[in-house]
Write a protein that binds this ligand. Structure first.
Ligand code: FEO
Length: 172
């Protein structure tokens, strides 16, 4: 059983993960426009990953017999100036997500809700990886500079991103 306050915050995060998915879809659309199919593909894989995150929160609310509400999802941008800018926007967004997960952890701790704190550990760890993987791509663009060959090489590499695997926590 979780408090109404905690259930509401988890529900908001579930919707925010949907919004994250929408953000990445917008970035993918912008990259398609720039004729960067590899970077667009990477973003599409991230769209799927964010939907998995939303599902994990959905399942947890269900498991806790909490009411689920589905609010509106904000409009997102679908234009970017460069691949590097797209990944910088992604990193900025992931840092916001990390902050939100930390706030959820603080709320679960305030509620003495150890089950939710344990549940949230998955996302605490996940956010470290989310930020790291995006930062590594930005670093590659930094090194590439304005070299067209290097930029195309990075795009080919990003095209290799595999579909996200569904973690055990999402298998409900
Ligand atoms: Fe669901 Fe990218 O955090």
């Amino acid at each position: 059983m979780i408090s109404k306050e905690l259930a509401k915050a988890i529900n908001e995060q579930m919707v925010f993960e949907m919004y994250s998915s929408y953000i990445y879809l917008g970035l993918a659309a912008g990259l398609e426009r720039l004729k960067l199919p590899g970077a667009a593909h990477w973003m599409r894989m991230q769209v799927d990953e964010e939907l998995i995150h939303a599902n994990i929160f959905y399942n947890y609310l269900n498991d806790q017999e909490a009411e689920i509400t589905l609010g509106a999802i904000d409009k997102v941008a679908t234009k970017v100036k460069s691949a590097k800018e797209a990944f910088e926007l992604a990193l900025k967004h992931e840092r916001i997500v990390t902050g939100r997960i930390n706030q959820l952890c603080a709320l679960a701790a305030k509620n003495n809700n150890y089950a939710t704190m344990t549940f949230l550990n998955f996302f605490v760890t996940e956010q470290v990886q989310e930020e790291k993987s995006v930062q590594q791509i930005i670093d590659k663009y930094e090194v590439a500079g304005s070299s067209k060959e290097a930029l195309l090489f990075i795009d080919k590499d990003l095209a290799l991103r595999a579909a996200p695997t569904v973690p055990a926590i999402a298998q409900n």
